[in-house]
Write a protein that binds this ligand. Structure first.
Ligand code: BV8
Length: 255
C-alpha cells in the first residue's frame, strides 16, 4: 500500500493517523537506514541535490578505484577537505533522536545501517551501527589492508603505510563490492525486522537502494523529497530530518 507523501509537521491526514497510533514496542526489531540527508543540517553536503557533491565534482574522477589509480593525490585532496568539514561538523537533532530510539529498544533490537562516511552517528552516541559504505575517518592500506584511524595531516601525499603500500580512505567506491559481512548482517535484519525506517537518502545507489524491496517490515521514509524508491514505502513523511525525526520517535516510542 503506497500512501502519498505529504509535508508539514502537523498535517497528518487520516492515512497517516496510523503513524500516531503505531507504537514501537521495546521488543520490536527496528532497522534504520540513513543517507547524506541526515547530516545536511550539520552543514555537510549531500550528493545529488543541486549544489551537492556530485553536482560540484565528478564522482568518476574522485570516488572510484580507477580514479585513485590515476591520481591518488587528487583523490586525497578531495577526502582531506571532506575530513576537515566532517571534523568541524556536529551531530544534529536527527542523529540524537536515533540515539534515543536505540536506548528505548531492548538489547539486540536496534540496528543502524548508514551509507554516510562521516562519523556524526558515532559522535552522537550511536552504538549498534554498520557503515555500509565505509568511513572517511579511517584509512586503509591498499597493499596489506591494515586499517588506521585517519591522521589530521600527512607529511607526504599520497601517504604511505609502514609496509610501503599506499594509504587510501576506508570507503567503498563505485565499482567496489560492499563488505560481505556487513551486507549479510543487513540482509538478515531486513528479513527479520518489524520496522524499517529510512532517512535522507535519494535511493539512487545500489545495492542499498534495493533494501526497501527486500523486507516485509513496516517501512517509513523521512526526507525532503520523495526518494527514487518511494514506492517501496508504506509511509513517506516529507520534511527536515532534524524536525520530523525527533517528533516521530517521540510519537512512536513516547520518549
Ligand atoms: C557495487 C562512498 C558491485 C564514497 C558511495 C545495481 C546493483 C548493484 C550495483 C549497481 C547497480 N546499478 C548500478 C550499480 C553500480 C553502483 C551504483 O549504485 N551506481 C549508481 C550511481 C547508479 N553501485 C556500486 O558501485 C556499489 N558497488 O555494487 O559493487 C561489485 C560486486 C562484486 C565485485 C565488484 C563490484 C558501491 C556503491 C557505494 C559507492 N560509494 N560513497 C564517498 O562517500 O566518498 S555512494 C554515495 O551515495 C554515498 O555513500 C552516499 O551516502 C550514497 C547514497 O547517496 P545519498 O545518501 O542518498 O545522498 P543523496 O544526495 O543522493 O540524497 C540525499 C537525500 O537527502 C535527498 O533525497 C534529499 O532530499 C535528502 N535531504 C536533504 N536534506 C535533508 C534531507 N532529508 C532529510 N532532512 C534533510 N535536512
Amino acid at each position: 500500500m503506497h500512501v502519498k507523501a505529504f509535508g508539514g509537521r502537523n498535517s497528518l491526514p487520516s492515512a497517516f493517523a496510523g503513524i500516531k497510533r503505531m507504537f514501537i514496542d521495546r521488543n520490536s526489531k527496528v532497522m534504520v537506514l540513513t543517507g547524506a540527508g541526515i547530516s545536511a543540517e550539520s552543514g555537510l553536503k549531500t550528493f545529488r541535490e543541486p549544489g551537492g557533491m556530485w553536482d560540484t565534482y565528478d564522482w568518476r574522477e574522485l570516488a572510484t578505484p580507477a580514479a585513485f589509480e590515476k591520481s591518488p593525490e587528487k583523490v586525497w585532496e578531495f577526502y582531506m577537505e571532506r575530513r576537515r568539514q566532517i571534523r568541524d561538523a556536529q551531530p544534529n537533532e536527527a542523529h540524537k533522536a536515533l540515539v534515543r530510539l536505540e536506548k528505548h529498544m531492548n538489547p539486540g533490537r536496534f540496528l543502524l545501517v548508514s551509507q554516510n562516511v562521516d562519523d556524526l552517528h558515532e559522535r552522537a552516541g550511536q552504538k549498534n551501527i554498520i557503515k555500509i559504505h565505509g568511513s572517511a575517518m579511517r584509512d586503509i592500506c591498499a597493499s596489506c589492508g591494515s586499517v588506521l584511524d585517519s591522521a589530521d595531516s600527512y607529511n607526504e601525499f599520497p601517504p604511505r603505510h609502514a609496509c610501503g603500500g599506499l594509504l587510501r580512505p576506508d570507503v567503498v567506491w563505485f565499482g567496489e563490492p560492499l563488505n560481505s559481512r556487513d551486507l549479510k548482517t543487513a540482509m538478515d535484519w531486513l528479513l527479520s525486522c518489524d520496522y524499517f525506517i529510512v532517512i535522507g537518502t535519494s535511493g539512487n545507489v545500489f545495492p542499498v537502494a534495493q533494501f526497501v524491496y527486500q523486507t516485509e517490515a513496516t517501512k517509513i521514509y523521512i526526507g525532503l523529497e520523495e526518494p527514487e524508491n518511494s514506492r517501496g514505502f508504506q509511509q513517506v513523511k516529507l520534511g527536515k530530518a532534524g524536525i520530523v525525526l525527533p517528533e516521530l520517535i517521540e510519537e512512536l516510542c513516547e520518549v
